[in-house]
Design a protein around this ligand. Sequence first.
Ligand SMILES: NC(=O)c1ccc[n+]([C@@H]2O[C@H](COP(=O)([O-])OP(=O)(O)OC[C@H]3O[C@@H](n4cnc5c(N)ncnc54)[C@H](OP(=O)(O)O)[C@@H]3O)[C@@H](O)[C@H]2O)c1
Length: 251
Amino acid sequence: MKDAFGLPQSLLILGGTSEIGLATARRLIARRARTVWLAGRPSPALDTAADRLRTLGADVRTVAFDALDPGSHEEVLGKVFAEGDIDLVLLAFGVLGDQARDEAEPLAAVRVAQTNYTGAVSAGLVCAGALQTQGHGSLVVLSSAAGERARRADFIYGSSKAGLDAFAQGLGDAMYGTGVQVMVVRPGFMRPRTAASRPETPLATTPEAVATAIELGLRRRSETVWVPGALRVVMAAVRHLPRPLFRRLPL
Ligand SMILES: NC(=O)c1ccc[n+]([C@@H]2O[C@H](COP(=O)([O-])OP(=O)(O)OC[C@H]3O[C@@H](n4cnc5c(N)ncnc54)[C@H](OP(=O)(O)O)[C@@H]3O)[C@@H](O)[C@H]2O)c1
């Protein structure tokens, strides 16, 4: 069950090696989360991630989960929920793709869409149903500022996130009044670790900053979280720019 501050004690991270997912897990373990499920494609990286979280004192288990295999989601995720209540599901899997290659190879583009959108539709519905059966819990969906308005540079990824974002908003409305919270998180551009010592890119963020924003959003029971927060205003303006002007922006 969540603690008195609305923070979760048991987590399920879909995309168990996600930098944002793991930063969030570290933060919530520091706030007394005790059980963590890392769901992802089996790999040494997934095992290492689990070991690192164990050193922080959490009971960590891994489970094989592939977003591209929606037919397996009910069984795989059902087994996790059968082991005990989950207070927070963090939907953190996703692929950026390679825009130039994906434009040239439609099947590669479809893979981006299937991972980010249809995989999330399937996993999101399964988890929301399980949370509803419990009668409590949060589903946090990592969308992206890129979904607010598709850009020439990454419209395949951006459109998949736009679909995911719309889906998650609708799911949040469907869950309204059930005790289940759906929170949509829209991070902006992530500053590469190699750039950590360089001057900050305006509106860039980090996995740790996203984790902090997620914690705050959970405490406030927010429906939408932008990271950094100033992106909310910037993207509202960008969304309404006339297309001839938008096309000329160096975005
Ligand atoms: N980083 C950013 O700048 C940024 C900005 C805005 C939004 N976001 C979104 O936030 C989320 C997390 O970002 P991040 O930077 O933490 O991601 P990340 O470190 O690149 O990790 C992506 C995760 O997705 C998993 N994944 C990819 N395909 C999968 C599949 N078919 N089945 C299961 N898992 C799969 C990866 O697993 P494997 O280890 O198996 O590859 C990995 O765990 C993503 O949805 C991303 O689109 C990121």
